[in-house]
Write a protein that binds this ligand. Structure first.
Ligand code: ATP
Ligand code: MG
Length: 237
C-alpha cells in the first residue's frame, strides 16, 4: 500500500479534464479539433499548453474559460461539472473564477487604464469605493500607478497588457487563462510580461497559458505539448 497516495493529491484540482472532445462542423464535415484530452491542474500551478498553429490551443482555452462547451467528455472547474450548468450559471461561474489575458489585450479604447481594470467590478458586488481602491492597488502592483488616467491608445503594448493583467486579477480568480499573452510584443517586453505572470504565480496564482512558442512555454512550471488535438507530452519544467 502506498501511504503517500492520498498526500500528493491532498489538494483538489482547479481543472479536471477527462477525454475532452471538441468537434466543429466545417463545410458539412465534422472535424475533431480536440481528440480526447485528460489532465488536471492543481492550485498554484503555472501550466503552459504548447502547440503549433491550428493544434487546438485557443479552442481548449475557450472551453476552460467557459466561453465554449466541449462536444463530449468531462470538464470540472473547481469540482463542478460544467456540462450541467446553463448559460447564466456558466457566466456567473466565469466571472467569479476566471481572469483572461489575450494576445490583443482587448481593452476598452474609450475607457482609462483604471476604468478598464474596474470593469469586472461592475458585477462583483463590491462598493464603488472598494472597487476603485482595488483597481488602484492592482495598477500600482503592475507598475502603472502613474498611468491610471491614460487611454489605452496612449500606452505601449506592454503597458496595455499589464492593464489587461491587472483587470484579469480584479475578482481574485481561481484561474488565470492567457492566450499568447506576448504574441504582439517584442522580446524584451515579452520577457517583462512573463516575469509578471511568474510573479503572480509565486504569489499563489494558478495560471494556464497557451502558446506556440517553446521559449515562452519554458517560463511555466509545466508544459503540456499538444499536437493535432492530442496530448503528446506533459512534463514538469
Ligand atoms: N468555431 C469554429 N468553427 C469551425 N472550426 C473551428 C472553430 N474554431 C476553431 N476551429 C478550427 O479548429 C482548429 C484549431 O483552432 P484553434 O484556434 O484552437 O488553434 P490554435 O492552436 O489556437 O492556433 P493559433 O496558434 O494559430 O492561434 C482550426 O483548424 C480551426 O479552423
Ligand atoms: Mg490560438
Amino acid at each position: 500500500m502506498n501511504l503517500f497516495a492520498g498526500v500528493t493529491n491532498a489538494k483538489s484540482p482547479v481543472v479536471r479534464l477527462r477525454d475532452l472532445i471538441r468537434n466543429f462542423e466545417q463545410a458539412g464535415n465534422l472535424v475533431q479539433v480536440l481528440k480526447g484530452l485528460s489532465f488536471e491542474v492543481y492550485p498554484g500551478e503555472f501550466v503552459a499548453v504548447q502547440g503549433s498553429s491550428g493544434s487546438g490551443k485557443s479552442t481548449l482555452l475557450q472551453i476552460l474559460g467557459l466561453l465554449d462547451r466541449a462536444s463530449s467528455g468531462l470538464y470540472e472547474l473547481l469540482g463542478r461539472d460544467v456540462s450541467r450548468l446553463d448559460d447564466d450559471e456558466l457566466s456567473a461561474l466565469r466571472a467569479d473564477t476566471t481572469g483572461f489575458v489575450f494576445q490583443n489585450f482587448y481593452l476598452i479604447p474609450y475607457a482609462t487604464a483604471l476604468e478598464n481594470v474596474l470593469l469586472p467590478g461592475l458585477y462583483s458586488g463590491k462598493s464603488q469605493k472598494r472597487a476603485r481602491e482595488r483597481a488602484e492597488f492592482l495598477l500600482e502592483s503592475v507598475g502603472l500607478g502613474d498611468r491610471r488616467d491614460f487611454l489605452p491608445a496612449r500606452l505601449s503594448g506592454g503597458q496595455q497588457q499589464r492593464v489587461a493583467m491587472a483587470r484579469a486579477l480584479f475578482n481574485e480568480p481561481a484561474l488565470i487563462l492567457a492566450d499568447e499573452p506576448t504574441g504582439q510584443l517584442d522580446s524584451g517586453t515579452s520577457s517583462d510580461i512573463l516575469d509578471l505572470l511568474g510573479r503572480f504565480n509565486r504569489e499563489g496564482q494558478t495560471i494556464i497559458m497557451v502558446t506556440h512558442d517553446s521559449q515562452t512555454a519554458s517560463r511555466a512550471g509545466r508544459r503540456i505539448l499538444i499536437t493535432d488535438g492530442i496530448i503528446e507530452s506533459d512534463e514538469l519544467l
